[in-house]
Design a protein around this ligand. Structure first.
Ligand SMILES: Cc1ncc(COP(=O)(O)O)c(C=O)c1O
Length: 437
């Protein structure tokens, strides 16, 4: 199906240069497993699991069947003061996978909603304990926490903030964890962890530790290019948070569900936060869904402060715990278990990172980073920031590889069902395009 100009003009595409895109649209019409197919029938290897959200590959029959069955049985029920069984079952299933102290799940519909929900839960936790003066958040440069007002305020990406007003007050940014002396480090850098994390201590002492609600970080900064935390960094953040009564929130929207080779980055790095945000792989992207997972400490403080029969948290979405999304999520968790997906990701990581780091010799590549089945690379910029990245993304699409570009940084996150031969294809196509610049 070819799209005419009227259809092209009507759809205001997100995070896309619409006028440029519509000159030569890249339209995908179907997908299966590791591959997507464009409107000319061309096969495109999905090197980034969509946007990090389809680790089981596309169009999984088991998930589709579960969603269809649920839609035939119960399409919707209001989630305020009524409920359906799958919401409870899915929350219990997630609680069983999450770190031991994190047992309560609040459903949203995207990563962005999860982030704003987590911020509200953090405020509410302190308010419930009589510490409503804790209104600041410590976030980080180069952070991406979605696009709602809370998440945009936390974000450390200038373009995502500058056109959109003042944002939520009280956000203070720590330094990002990219260090030029650690370029081309595979996994965690040995140096800089404690020093960078001590930014939180400085912020606490500068603003008053009892004014800070939470420290909000992606364990590995994803969208800005896979910035792996140096050794000791997350551990030190945890220590400072404990010392000052600050909540530690991990945004695991990308790192959750096996991307690091372990269920969550919290497990991979051995640092347990108080709250986690989840989305993306939660339903293998079959349907939109997000979730906030809260520790017993956070949940119980909010519940215990509310009078009997009262609503504990004045927050929720019309589509929280949508029955079809819960069905997709439960089917996704079944597949993760049946296919031992996280172990598969773990065992493919070495081969994948070998392949990615083999591109270090290309003059256009100025850095490569990686952890688990996630890797990022930086390119020498073109005439204006992001233009090289755009050019590369288009060329790779036409060469049969889908990846995520942010500015002049590229991100690869292969599905966990990938074989070594798929990794070879990813690396070959990258070398072909990047080598020709
Ligand atoms: C760490 C992180 N948080 C939040 C989000 C926002 O998720 P969504 O696009 O589903 O709103 C993203 C999306 O990439 C993300 O990477």
């Amino acid at each position: 199906m070819k799209l005419d100009q009227s259809a092209l003009n009507s759809f205001w595409m997100p995070f896309t240069g619409n006028r440029d895109f519509k000159q030569a649209p890249r339209i995908v019409v179907r997908a299966k497993g590791m591959y997507m197919y464009d409107d000319n029938g061309k096969e495109i290897l999905d090197g980034s699991s969509g946007l990090f959200c389809s680790p089981l590959g596309h169009c999984r029959d088991e998930i589709n069947a579960a969603v269809s069955a649920q839609m035939a049985e119960l399409d919707y029920v209001a989630p305020f003061q009524t409920a359906h069984p799958l919401g409870f079952k899915f929350a219990e299933r997630l609680a069983g996978m999450l770190p031991e102290t994190i047992n309560h799940v609040f459903f949203a519909n995207s990563g962005s909603e999860s982030v704003d929900t987590a911020m509200k839960i953090a405020y509410a936790y302190h308010y419930a304990r009589g510490e409503g003066q804790r209104i600041r958040f410590a976030s980080r440069e180069r952070a991406y926490h979605g696009v709602n007002m809370g998440g945009v305020s936390l974000s450390g990406m200038i373009k995502n903030r500058q056109a959109f007003g003042p944002g939520v007050p009280g956000v203070v940014h720590m330094r990002h964890t990219w260090q030029s002396e650690n370029r081309f480090t595979r996994g965690q850098a040995e140096t800089g962890g404690k020093e960078l994390a001590d930014d939180l201590e400085r912020i606490a002492l500068n603003y008053g530790p009892d004014t800070i609600a939470a420290c909000f970080v992606e364990p590995i900064a994803g969208s800005t290019g896979c910035l792996v935390p140096p050794k000791g960094y997350l551990e030190r953040l945890r220590e400072i948070c404990d010392e000052h009564g600050i909540l530690l929130i991990f945004d695991e929207v990308i790192t959750g569900f096996g991307r690091t080779g372990k269920p969550f980055a919290a497990d991979a790095f051995g640092v347990i936060p108080d709250i986690m945000t989840l989305a993306k792989a939660l339903t293998n992207a079959a349907l939109p869904m997000g979730a906030v997972a809260a520790s017993d400490k956070v949940h119980d403080a909010i519940f215990n402060a509310a009078p009997e029969k009262a609503i504990e948290l004045f927050h929720g979405y019309t589509y929280s715990a949508h029955p079809a999304a819960c069905a997709a999520g439960l089917a996704t968790m079944d597949l993760f278990e049946k296919e031992n997906s996280f172990a598969a990701a773990d065992s493919l990581s070495e081969y994948f990172l070998d392949g990615m780091f083999s591109l270090s010799d290309l003059p256009i590549v100025t850095d490569i980073r990686g952890y688990g089945l996630l890797a990022g690379f930086d390119l020498v910029p073109g005439d204006a920031p992001g233009m090289r990245g755009l050019e590369v993304q288009k060329a790779l699409f036409h060469a049969g590889l889908n990846l995520k570009m942010t500015g002049d940084s590229g991100l690869l996150a292969p599905p966990f069902i990938a074989e070594k031969s798929h990794i070879d294809q990813i690396v070959e196509r990258l070398r072909g395009v990047l080598g020709a610049i």
